[in-house]
Design a protein around this ligand. Structure first.
Ligand code: PAF
Length: 281
């Protein structure tokens, strides 16, 4: 497995793959890999001949320096996992390489970056689109795989790709859960055992929303029920409940007449978790 740390190394490696006529799938990550990431790698390997994984804890998508500092990292372990998984190459840049002194260009989806979670995490999606655009320019992948758990991120990336004519196909991959329903996240290791148990309320609230949608309940009533369930969990600090049209993420109201995306975020012991479900009626 090739480990590239600079854009020049990566570009040379990509040229070599292209010379052999090999297609490339990119899996962008922030490391501390878990089964959710590996499901993206697995999907990527079915979508293209070679898989490149990037590991970069992107500082521009963190609002709070303490959150960036606390983000778990274990590059040695990540590389061992990726080697086992037959990944072709890993891009492991430093922050200085990705954002050299004097860096001032940003990429932003204007409406989508400010909607929903964008309101809670100012600048977050701008950081994501900026770094993903850089990764797309460096790797020039045919396909890139993103998790559906970060549902708004997936829509933001799809919108950027469409608007800026990036020649890459975006594949959204289903959320991977623990047997008890907790969505996998690199942040889960920071949860105390009590907070981890409390966090199961997110998946339960999504189950409830799905049942209510199937019964034709209004979006407003669904939202109230989800808010009430999460507020009833004393260890949870509810951050947001959004029920929106998949793709555009425009807010919905009244009885649902088509598919909907339910997106939740809450803090447990200071750890921000998000979860989502797309409901097809
Ligand atoms: O989903 C993530 O891990 C990150 O937001 C991404 C897409 C790797 C960009 O830094």
């Amino acid at each position: 497995m090739e480990v590239c740390t600079t854009p020049n190394e990566l570009r040379a490696y990509v040229r070599w793959l292209r010379k052999q006529g090999l297609s490339i799938a990119l899996v962008p990550t922030m490391g501390y890999l878990h089964a959710g990431h590996m499901s993206l790698v697995e999907r990527a390997s079915r979508e293209a001949k070679r898989v490149i994984v990037s590991i970069f804890v992107n500082p521009t998508q963190f609002g709070d320096p303490a959150d960036l500092e606390a983000y778990p990292r274990d590059t040695k372990r990540d590389l061992a996992i990726l080697r086992e998984a037959d990944v072709e190459a890993v891009f492991l840049p430093t922050a200085k390489t990705m954002y050299p002194d004097g860096h001032e260009t940003i990429v932003e989806t204007t409406r989508l970056a400010e909607a929903l979670h964008g309101e809670l995490r100012a600048g977050h999606f701008r950081g994501v689109t900026t770094v993903v655009a850089k990764l797309f320019n460096l790797v020039t992948p045919d396909v890139a795989c993103f998790g559906e758990k970060d549902y708004q991120q997936l829509q933001v990336v799809r919108t950027m790709v469409r608007d800026l004519h990036f020649p890459v196909r975006i594949v959204g991959c289903p959320t991977v859960r623990e047997p008890d329903g907790l969505a996998l996240s690199s942040r889960n290791v920071r949860l105390s055992p009590e907070d981890r148990t409390a966090a199961l309320v997110l998946n339960r609230a999504l189950d409830r929303a799905e049942e209510m949608a199937a019964a034709g309940t209004t979006v407003e009533a669904m939202r109230d029920a989800v808010v009430e369930m999460i507020r009833a969990e004393p260890r949870a600090t509810l951050k947001s409940v959004d029920i929106a049209e998949p793709g555009t993420l425009k807010p919905l109201s009244g009885p649902p007449s088509g598919p909907l995306a339910v997106m939740l975020s809450a803090e447990f012991g200071g750890v921000l978790l998000i979860d989502q479900r797309e409901i097809f009626l």
